[in-house]
Design a protein around this ligand. Structure first.
Ligand code: AMP
Length: 433
């Protein structure tokens, strides 16, 4: 199967070939023909599957093949949850539209609105935006949604998590009711299904991986670690393994800052990326991480969403997320584009319940290990996982578990002890000798 076989024009095929893509990814193969036919789509796809080209290419084809009024009204809108994702999607739109006569731009908050207003006023065919700033500019009459023909909701699940549902509905209320709608989501909670049923008309479902599953080539590993020794353990992991590019997740912005400071003090180049950082600082941190100026990027869930970091070999969960679906989003940063990746989670006693919920969602047991000197000694009561996501993993199926091959230990010497990670009570684990 080639891009031309999918019905894409030679101008678009030329642009993707220049990007080095030799054949369509599975999501592109499945989604592009339906989108070209004008159908609504509900696609289950994580970042890293090529979903951006999956929707951008057919949308560009539609826009470039149909006539537009001279003043170039907005005809396609891509909504994304984060500024970083908006910027990345727009980068792709620009690259793919190199050989077609289409104008695009990106709009997000945290930066001066004036240049954005000026660009919008000059006419734009396709716009990539985060909901808040977009509504703000709409209120200021910088743009109109009256001629929108195609609406794309990218990472819809995260937009719901971030509380954008009202903004989305408001934006839609300004659009013509006759339009094409494309919704992409990595996970499918009941809330997502509800949102989809309110927006999509007779959608074609496009799935490239089983729902709520993680990329196949990712190996998961849990280290049961004492809460107070997590920083020291992270430093050890990075140094012992000579890791050069690691994305580390913390649950809070404060935690991200604290860990970053300690890594830097330990001589490991690192930067934090989270919502309290200015847009400039976020962009710089991501750029430095991508070009290997810094080794470690410490991120919160929201800031990390949609970051396009190709072939990231390791993701470390310094803390487990309290919403199990976030685990899937986090590890979507590794094992990308068919490459192998490793997701490592540091789990202290009070996070055992989070691990249980993640295992239920994955229907898989995570291999657990204990390293001498870092055993959990804290006996805090396990925290309950967030109730918010209950709907999507409400079926209490037992985890199938136990079939994951054992990995090489991460440390020099053989001081790791695999444990069975399932059904722990939160009691401190003793290392078996
Ligand atoms: P996405 O899931 O859209 O974030 O894409 C993930 C990465 O895959 C991006 O770096 C894309 O440039 C790349 N990509 C998209 N489509 C293809 C393809 N058909 N072949 C190879 N790489 C691709």
């Amino acid at each position: 199967m080639t891009f031309s076989d999918l019905g894409l024009s030679s101008a678009l095929v030329k642009a993707v070939e220049e990007k080095g893509y030799t054949k369509p990814s599975p999501i592109q193969e499945k989604a592009i023909p339906h989108i070209l036919e004008g159908k609504d789509i509900l696609a289950s796809a994580q970042t890293g599957t090529g979903k951006t080209a999956g929707f951008t290419l057919p949308v560009l084809q539609h826009l470039s093949e149909t006539k537009h009024p001279k003043y170039r009204p907005l005809r396609a809108l891509v909504l994304t949850p984060t500024r970083e994702l908006a910027a990345q999607v727009h980068d792709n739109v620009r690259e793919y539209s190199k050989y077609v006569n289409i104008k695009s731009t990106v709009i997000f908050g945290g930066v001066n609105a004036k240049p954005q207003i000026a660009t919008l006023k000059s006419g734009v065919d396709i716009l990539v935006a985060t909901p808040g700033r977009l509504l703000d500019l709409h209120d200021r009459k910088a743009l109109s949604f009256k001629r929108v023909e195609i609406l794309i909701l990218d990472e819809a699940d995260r937009m719901l998590d971030m509380g954008f549902v009202r903004d989305i509905n408001k934006i839609i209320s300004f659009m013509p009711s006759k339009r094409q709608n494309l919704m992409f989501s990595a996970t499918f909670s009941n809330d997502i299904k509800k949102l989809a049923s309110g927006i999509l008309r007779n959608p074609v479902s496009v799935e490239t991986a089983p729902q709520n599953s993680t990329a196949k080539k990712v190996t998961h590993k849990v280290y049961k670690v004492d809460k107070n020794k997590k920083t020291e353990f992270t430093i050890k992991l990075i140094k012992d393994n000579n890791w050069t590019q690691v994305l580390v997740f913390t649950r809070t912005k404060h935690g991200a800052n604290k860990l970053t400071e300690k890594l830097v003090k330990a001589g490991i180049s690192a930067a934090a990326i989270h919502g309290n950082k200015s847009q400039g600082a976020r962009t710089k941190a991501l750029r430095n991480f991508k070009d290997n100026t810094i080794k470690i990027l410490v991120a919160t869930d929201i800031a990390a969403r949609g970051l396009d970091i190709p072939l990231l070999p390791h993701v470390v969960n310094f803390e487990l997320p309290n919403v199990p679906e976030d685990y899937i989003h986090r590890i979507g940063r590794t094992g990308r584009a068919g490459a192998a990746g490793e997701a490592i989670s540091l789990v202290c006693s009070e996070e055992v319940e989070y691990q249980n919920e993640i295992e239920k969602l994955l229907k898989e047991k995570l291999e657990s290990n204990i390293v001498e000197g870092f055993e959990p000694t804290d006996t805090a009561a396990p925290k309950r996982a967030a109730t918010q996501s209950k709907g999507s993993f409400g079926k209490k199926k037992p985890a199938s578990g136990g079939n994951r091959p054992k990995n090489k230990p991460h440390f020099k010497g053989n001081n790791t002890t695999p444990t069975s990670g399932r059904g722990r009570t939160g009691a401190p684990k003793k290392k078996r000798t």
